[in-house]
Design a protein around this ligand. Structure first.
Ligand code: AMP
Length: 192
């Protein structure tokens, strides 16, 4: 199955993508995780990424399109994938739409995680204590949420308009297990 997850930071989409990818035996492509892996290196690119990511801003479309297109033609996504954190801008969305057309990768499911931003702020502050992520302080969270509204929300609307039959919204304030059950149901329907 080929799935795209949309949702603001802290909506729990990463947790759900992790669980669902294991259930369906497909690849979890979290661009945030891939970039955080790159931060472990000590080259110039990694230093630039560190500055951008810790400020809550978005990394360039060029870098993201390159990362994702390499993954989508690689073996690890043969069985399917969940895109988590990409596309995040209209330019990335257009790139992806072209790419899936060219490679005949038909999407099966699009999930939009909806949640009140106040809940997100509380969750992220809690996570910053647990995981010590440098992009989880309240100021940075506010920037990340603003970026989501400005850049990514229009992308989720575009996908919803383009693929109305594949698109579903999830109330992301619910318990993890409840959301997981809902997603499994949608995935099963999408497989038929
Ligand atoms: P995430 O874990 O998905 O919240 O991503 C963490 C950070 O990585 C974001 O705040 C951005 O700086 C960067 N990032 C992840 N995915 C993308 C993307 N698709 N486009 C641009 N920047 C991204």
């Amino acid at each position: 199955m080929k799935i795209v997850f949309f949702g603001p930071p802290g909506s729990g989409k990463g947790t759900q993508a992790n669980l669902l990818s294991k259930e369906l035996n497909i690849s979890h492509l979290s661009t945030g995780d891939i970039l955080r892996e790159k931060l472990k290196e000590t080259d110039d690119l990694s230093k630039k990424l560190q500055t951008i990511m810790s400020s809550g801003n978005l990394v360039s479309d060029e870098i993201l399109n390159q990362i994702v297109s390499e993954k989508l033609v690689g073996k690890e996504t043969n069985n399917g994938f969940i895109l988590d954190g990409y596309p995040r801008t209209l330019s990335q969305a257009n790139f992806l739409l072209n790419f899936i057309n060219q490679h005949e990768l038909n999407l099966d499911l699009i999930i939009d995680f909806k949640i009140d931003f106040k809940i997100v702020e509380q969750r992220i502050i809690y996570r910053s204590h647990q995981e010590k992520r440098s992009d989880d302080s309240l100021n940075v969270v506010k920037i990340r949420l603003e970026k989501y509204l400005q850049e990514t929300y229009p992308v989720s609307e575009l996908f919803c308009d383009k693929f109305p039959d594949l698109s579903h919204t999830i109330d992301a304030s619910q318990e993890i297990s409840k959301i997981q059950t809902e997603l499994m149901k949608l995935a099963k329907k999408g497989q038929n």
